[in-house]
Design a protein around this ligand. Sequence first.
Ligand code: ATP
Length: 351
Amino acid sequence: MLKLNNIEVTYLNVIRVLHGVSLTVEDGAIIALLGANGAGKSTTLKAISGLLHVEEGEVTDGSIEWNGVRIDNKNAEQIGKLGIIQALEGRHIFEHLTTEENLMVGAHNRSDRHNIKNDLEMVYDYFPRLKELRKNTAGYLSGGEQQRVALARALIVNPYVMLLDEPLSNLDAKLREQMRFEIKELQKKTKVTIIYVTHDQAEAMAMSDEIIVMNKGEIQQIGRPEEIYENPANKFIANFIGLTNFIPCKISEDRKFLIPKESKDNRIEYTVSERYQEEVTLCIRLEDITLQLFGKGDLNGEVLRATFLGSLVDYLIKVGDINVRVQSKDRKFFTGDEVSLVFDRERILLY
Ligand code: ATP
C-alpha cells in the first residue's frame, strides 16, 4: 500500500506547489490524478518516484510510505528497486534501437538478470503485436506501438507500482480511446498498481477505479468515477468534470421554488432543504435537461442555437436573461423555436 501523508513539495527552496496532499493507493488499483494545467499532478508523481530532485524539488513536509516504510528520503534508483517505477512516454524510447533492444534495456534494470528471455516472453504475451515487431527499429513504429514499447519496457521489471504521466497524450483521438481499454485490461491481467496523470476527464472516467481531482496543489475530491460525476464536492469539480449549467437562484420564502436571479419570471418547483441560505447556485448537466413543447416544462425559452453533434444535438436556450445549454438526442427543435425545459429532479445539485 502506498500512502502520502499531508505532503508539501517545494521547488528551488521557495516555490511551494503541493499543499498537504494525502492519499492512499491500495495494491492492484488503477488511480487517476486528474486536474488542469499546473494542478500539481506531475509533481505528485515525481514525489512518489523520487524524481523531484532532478528539478530541484523536494518534499518539505509530510511523508510518503510504501508498505509502512518511508520512501520520501530515497532517490529514484532506490525507489525503483522497491518496484515503484515511472514509465517513459512512447516518444522517449530509444528510436535507433529495435523493439526488443528497447525491452532489453528495461530488463537489465531488474535486480535478477537471469531470466531475461522469460521476461521478454511475459511482455510479448501481454503485447503480441510487439513480438511481431521485435526486430523493427523503434523510431519507425507508429505512435501507438511506441507507447506499447514504453509500457512493456516498464512492465518487464515486474513492478508493483507503475507511474504514468499523460501516457496517451501524443496519440490521436481514436487510438487514445482504444489504448484506454488496453491499459485497463493490462492492469487487470498483471495486477500492477497504476497511478497515472491526465487532464482528460473521459480518460480518467474510463480507466480508473478511483479519481483524485487536483487543483492548485490541493486535492479537491477522491472518489469512484460515478461518485465524482454524480456528486461533485464543489462547483469547481462540477465545472471541471462533464458539461454543466450554473444558474444562480433565489430560494422562495416557502422553500418550494428556485427562482433564477436573472430570469425572475421563471421558477422551478423544487423543495429546498433548510441547510441552504437564501441563495444557491443550481448546477445541472447538459444531458439532464429535456426539451418539451412550450409551456409544458419548468422554464420557457427560445432556441438560440442548435448544433448537430452526430449522436446528440447541442442546444443553447435563452430563458429570460440567462442562457441554458442542453444536449439531447431529440432533433426536432430548431433556432427560433419556443420550447420548455424540464430539469431531472434527481440530478439537480445545489451549492
Ligand atoms: P501539467 O498538466 O501542465 O503538467 P500538472 O498538474 O502536472 O500540470 P505540475 O507540473 O506538477 O502540474 O506543476 C505544478 C506547479 O509547479 C506549476 O505551477 C508549475 O509551474 C510548478 N513547477 C513544476 N515544475 C517546476 C520546477 N521544476 N520548478 C519550479 N516550479 C515548477
